[in-house]
Design a protein around this ligand. Structure first.
Ligand code: HEM
Length: 152
């Protein structure tokens, strides 16, 4: 779990992100498909509904960061619901990039540096929950994500 100051930074920013969650989800899938066109066919249901489920899951997981048991339940759900997809560590790292890029794009200056760092760490945590056993995401801090974003 993340240590307290980072959790506070992140949770303090949830309200302002919540109001833009639809746009955040839209930009997440934009970046996800741009970086990994091969995952697009995996989405077979209505994308509008998918975006809503994604945004709701993102916000509710972030709200449980300071409650290990409830957080574990969320992570378990993500692990189980993505297991059949066989996502690789590399794909999940790209997913983390896509989400961080979307966050920076949508929130811009509205997020402080500390809040960005806290989100970057939480996003990696989220993606790790879905990683194949024994693997690790190479992307371990926000620097690479910001480099991806700036290079676009
Ligand atoms: C590399 C990153 C990711 C990829 C490639 C991915 C891919 C997918 C795919 C293909 C589905 C099934 C869609 C369908 O059946 O049409 C799905 C479902 C879902 N994903 Fe992800 N996902 C990623 C990350 C995330 C993250 C970070 C979250 C959480 C915020 C998330 C939340 C969900 C939810 C809530 C569902 C619906 C599960 C259900 O009710 O069955 N995904 N994802």
């Amino acid at each position: 779990m993340m240590e307290d100051p980072a959790v506070k930074d992140l949770q303090g920013s949830i309200a302002k992100i919540f109001v833009r969650k639809a746009q955040l989800a839209e930009r997440f899938y934009f970046h996800l498909f741009e970086q990994m066109p091969e995952v697009k066919p995996m989405f077979t249901s209505d994308m509008m509904r998918q975006r809503e489920m994604f945004a709701a899951m993102l916000v509710s997981s972030m709200q449980t960061l300071s409650d290990p048991d409830r957080l574990e339940e969320k992570m378990q759900f993500l692990r189980i619901s993505h297991a059949r997809l066989g996502l690789t560590a590399d794909q999940l790292a790209k997913g983390a990039n896509a989400l961080m890029a979307a966050l920076i794009e949508v929130m811009g200056e509205a997020l402080s540096e500390a809040e960005r760092v806290a989100w970057a760490r939480a996003i990696v945590h989220l993606m790790r929950a879905m990683a194949p056993p024994g693997s690790d995401l190479e992307l371990s801090d926000q620097t690479d994500m910001q480099i991806y974003f700036i290079s676009r």
